[in-house]
Design a protein around this ligand. Structure first.
Ligand code: SAM
Length: 277
């Protein structure tokens, strides 16, 4: 990214927006990353024909974290990068985790807690369908994907992806779980698989989490690094509270719960897997 000079007025506005982002969403832009934040907010400024300080004024005058400006800022500031079959965990999910929970309960609830555009939730659905078959899957498994950004959740619900993003997916799964889209450069998730996954907005910073029924598995991957250590600890402990006994937490192989005060038990054989006893 080219270096850009930040004038005094922009710097003040960026610091305030960064402070607001951190308090409302946990997304953390330290002073050293304000230039990145400025790049990310460029389009929001352009779309609204505002300078950064006008953007901040509007944010303050708007109706809390749900105002139109607030939603645009959150969508721009968050990194939504994701992928189907992201990271080398899926063999283990298929061989150990899903059989374990499916063996213990008839109805299984799975949470993709920072779902972004839905690739993680649909990957879980494909893997579970490979075990159960699509019709049993529909009867026995519910997958909830949540994210802070409405905009990205709309993409998850639409379930239409550029064909090139399906590179990681084995061909036989593409044939089974995707259909062609009118634009040949895109493919769509099959309706039956889509109907297993529900997407809703949820801010991981707002606890306790509002679920009536507990989850058997939660995927909370590539999001913890947004938060301070203290906030991460609160998040994983709040997930613990909405997890069935014997249930699982899966974080990214690049994230760790080291040094956190938590009841999650590390599964020594595999990085990123934790269990509630
Ligand atoms: C890098 S993506 C991770 C997607 C997926 N879990 C994966 O590992 O591929 C991180 C997601 O976390 C979301 N996010 C950031 N802060 C959040 C918060 N406070 N509550 C819920 N989601 C948040 C972002 O909008 C983004 O879509």
């Amino acid at each position: 990214m080219p270096r850009v000079a930040i004038n005094k007025e922009d710097l003040t506005a960026l610091k305030e927006i960064a402070r607001w982002l951190n308090s409302q969403t946990g997304i953390y832009y330290p002073d050293g990353k304000l230039e990145t934040l400025k790049h990310k907010l460029f389009k929001v400024c352009l779309d609204n024909r505002m300078t950064l300080s006008q953007l901040y004024d509007q944010l303050q005058n708007g109706n809390g974290n749900k105002s139109a400006i607030a939603l645009q800022i959150v969508a721009a500031a968050s990194t939504n990068h994701t992928a189907f079959f992201r990271e080398d965990i899926w063999e283990w999910v298929k061989e150990e985790i899903l059989p374990d929970v499916l063996g213990r309960d008839r109805q299984v609830r799975i949470w993709s807690a920072a779902a972004s555009s839905g690739e993680e939730a649909y990957t879980i659905a494909m893997v579970a369908s490979e075990i159960l078959g699509i019709f049993e899957l529909k009867k026995r498994v519910a997958i909830l994907g949540t994210d802070i950004s409405f905009k990205i959740l709309k993409q998850a619900e639409d379930a239409i992806y550029p064909r090139k993003r399906t590179r990681n997916i084995p061909n036989e799964l593409i044939k089974k779980y995707f259909t062609d889209f009118k634009d040949k450069n895109f493919v769509k998730i099959h309706d039956t698989l889509r109907s297993i996954c529900l997407f809703r907005r949820l801010n991981l910073k707002k606890r306790p989490y509002p679920f009536k029924r507990r989850f058997h598995i939660t995927f909370c991957r590539n999001v913890l690094y947004y938060f301070t250590q203290d906030e991460r600890e609160k998040i994983i402990n709040a997930i613990y509270d909405v997890t069935e006994p014997g249930g699982w937490l899966i974080v990214s192989v690049t994230e760790s719960l080291n040094g956190m005060n938590t009841r999650w038990k590390k599964v020594s054989r595999k990085i990123g897997f934790f269990r509630k006893e």
